[in-house]
Write a protein that binds this ligand. Structure first.
Ligand code: M6R
Length: 610
């Protein structure tokens, strides 16, 4: 995830910016850069790769001098990781320099508009339009130009801006991406995250969406995008450096669970065109003719990504009517798969580096299949080797247990299924529109679920001594049950198994006796009654049932021991929501058992060996 730090004061800015960026390294990034005003010009140093490479470059070029500067670590979304795409970015004149976290949704139209006015672009980044817009609007007042620029932007952003026209200030602005202003004495700071400035100040202002800030060395003015002054309370940070990295959460996993509303929103940004009833997946080049030639789809992945693939099968078959097989990558590569040029192989991998997944990709490509990758890491091996790439814009996932990668993979698969269905003509305009509208509601609904966290924590603590847990569900709920069970066993070391609820009576029911916990998912409308019967079977044998049902479900209240409500949405989309309480349940069970949650025993975040 990108990081921002900015400084204005009397000290040398460059070492302070580099130190701030190092403190944000834990967030993950693929390039970095700084810009410092030396009293005459703004000098930039940027480099693809780690900060050590930026350090080497600075050693060669010399440390930029000056007491005003901004720095950035970039996690690529638009444009591959490269020296040129690294932030900061500038306008044609080099007078205005910006760093940006987030995604500018309408950057293409803005770029065209600016090109028509004579602006020249040097990078592939969405961010560059910001610098050119300010150049376009500047008329002797930087804050005014920034306000005009902000009125043009759609999407999410935290911005840091400096200009040699007005080198006595830094301007910041925020919408849907965090930004803080740090209060110093004779110096002030901006940052995307507290750790970046913690050695210098513990007193900060937290900007809200729609607010901008103008900092000089001895003043901080906060206003809304219309220019009305905003009064804010100073927030005093009393976290230590380690908690600050985790945004105050005890573990990265919990932080990442809470980042899901934003990750979902970002992943859909600019891709769902409700008015045109169209899905816009820029990096996917599959045409209507290509879709008509695809006679089957293979989805191949490992672990959590494989579980997302199972949901993808249901969604694609239902919306695009193309048969889909889902394979575990380590099996696929050795099973002599029947694949040819009419097969579309969808590879799902958060890291884009999983050895088995990569080997499966190569095997399928060798056999002539067209490869489409869904990944979270721009420039990863999977992204480089696939013909088409659909990026999840979840930001880096640090905890070994995958959470926000999974939910963003689900919405990506749904957008892909919609795109294929629209192109194939298997989906009516009305149905597509209905699904798109519900997709857009998911981030807010995910927030609603997170508000129920205390209740889930209480349940997890109550049952934390459990040793065997069963997860049951039908249809899409069964697929989510698999993911819930993986989460629990992975981080809490509790033995957990997922079963298709209809299979219980074919064997597993023998294990259900007094006090055995069963987590039952019953969110699929047309399978609800069948699930109810399965839950009755469990209750009749003394099982303890925690049921996940759509909100306002009265019937289940009389049967299950505990109810976890899921906001109303289309049955097709419930997995995105249902999994969140299961992630929390796993997290709080592991916490109650004192497990090493972010780094569970024997596991690695990216499995790059077979
Ligand atoms: O990076 P990938 O998506 O390819 O990783 C696949 C699995 O290793 C991963 O999902 C794993 O199962 C997670 N630790 C589960 O939480």
């Amino acid at each position: 995830m990108c990081g921002i730090v900015g400084y204005i004061g009397a000290k040398e800015a460059a070492p302070l910016l580099i130190d701030g960026l190092k403190r944000l390294e834990y967030r993950g990034y693929d390039s970095a850069g700084i810009a410092v005003f030396d009293g005459k010009d703004i000098n930039m140093v940027k480099a693809k790769g780690k900060l050590s490479i930026l350090d080497e470059r600075i050693d060669k070029q010399g440390m930029p001098k000056g007491a005003l500067g901004i720095g950035h670590t970039r996690w690529a979304t638009h444009g591959k990781p490269s020296d040129i795409n690294a932030h900061p970015h500038n306008d044609c004149s080099g007078d205005f320099v910006v760093v940006h976290n987030g995604i500018i949704e309408n950057y293409k139209e803005l770029r065209e508009m600016l090109k028509a006015k004579g602006h020249t672009f040097n990078t592939e980044c969405d961010t560059e339009v910001v610098a050119h817009l300010i150049e376009e609007y500047y008329d002797g007042d930087l804050a005014e130009a920034v306000k005009k620029m902000l009125a043009e932007l759609r999407g999410s952003f935290a911005l840091g801006i400096i200009s040699k026209k007005e080198p006595d200030k830094i301007i910041g602005a925020r919408k849907d991406s965090p930004l803080i202003a740090g209060i110093g004495s004779g110096e002030n700071f901006i940052a995307s995250d507290i750790p970046a400035i913690l050695p210098h100040t513990r007193d900060i202002y937290i900007l809200e969406d729609g607010e901008m800030v103008v900092l000089t060395d001895n003043k901080i003015d906060i206003m809304n995008f219309q220019g009305d002054r905003v009064e804010k309370k100073v927030f005093h940070v009393d976290w230590d450096a380690v908690s600050a990295e985790k945004g105050g959460y005890p573990h990265f996993m919990l932080k990442e669970i809470h980042e899901q509303p934003k990750a979902l929103k970002d992943t859909m940004t600019g891709r769902i065109d409700i008015n045109g009833v169209r899905i816009k997946l820029d990096d996917i080049t599959i045409t209507r003719e290509d879709v008509s030639r695809i006679d089957k789809i293979n989805i191949v992945a490992c672990g959590t990504a494989y579980h997302a693939g199972i949901i993808g099968k249901y969604t694609i078959e239902r919306l695009a009517r193309i048969p889909v097989e889902v394979d575990i990558a380590s099996e696929y590569r050795y099973r002599d798969p029947m694949v040819d040029k009419n097969t579309l192989v969808i590879i799902i991998s958060q890291s884009g580096e999983t050895a088995d997944t990569l080997a499966a990709l190569r095997e399928a490509r060798k056999r002539g299949a067209r490869i489409l990758a869904i990944t979270n890491v721009v420039g990863s091996s999977v992204a480089r080797e696939a013909r088409d790439v659909l990026y999840t814009w979840a930001g880096p996932e640090i905890a070994v247990a995958s959470t926000k990668a999974y939910t963003t993979q689900l919405v990506s698969l749904c957008m892909l299924a919609l795109d294929l269905g629209i192109k194939k003509g298997t989906l009516s305009r009305e149905e597509a529109l209905e699904i798109m509208k519900h997709l857009k509601q998911l981030p807010a609904q995910a927030e609603t679920i997170l508000k129920n966290e205390e209740e889930i924590k209480r349940l997890a603590e109550k049952y934390s001594a459990w040793e065997d847990v069963f997860f049951i569900g039908r249809g899409l709920d069964y697929a989510v049950a698999m993911e819930g069970s993986l989460k629990l066993k992975e981080i809490s070391y509790v033995h957990a198994e997922a079963y298709a609820a209809g299979e219980l009576k074919h064997g597993t029911l023998a294990l259900v006796v007094d006090g055995v916990p069963v987590i039952a998912l019953a969110t699929q409308d047309f399978l609800y009654e069948k699930m109810m019967s399965n839950i009755e079977e469990v209750k009749a044998r003394g099982g303890i049932v925690i049921a996940l049902v759509k909100e306002n479900d009265k019937a289940m209240t009389n049967i299950a021991d505990h109810i976890i409500p899921i906001p109303q949405t289309l049955s097709l989309l419930t997995p995105v929501l249902t999994v969140i309480p299961l992630q929390l349940l796993a997290y709080y069970t592991a916490a109650a058992r004192g497990c090493d949650i972010d780094k569970p025993r024997n596991l690695a975040k990216s499995v790059t060996v077979e």
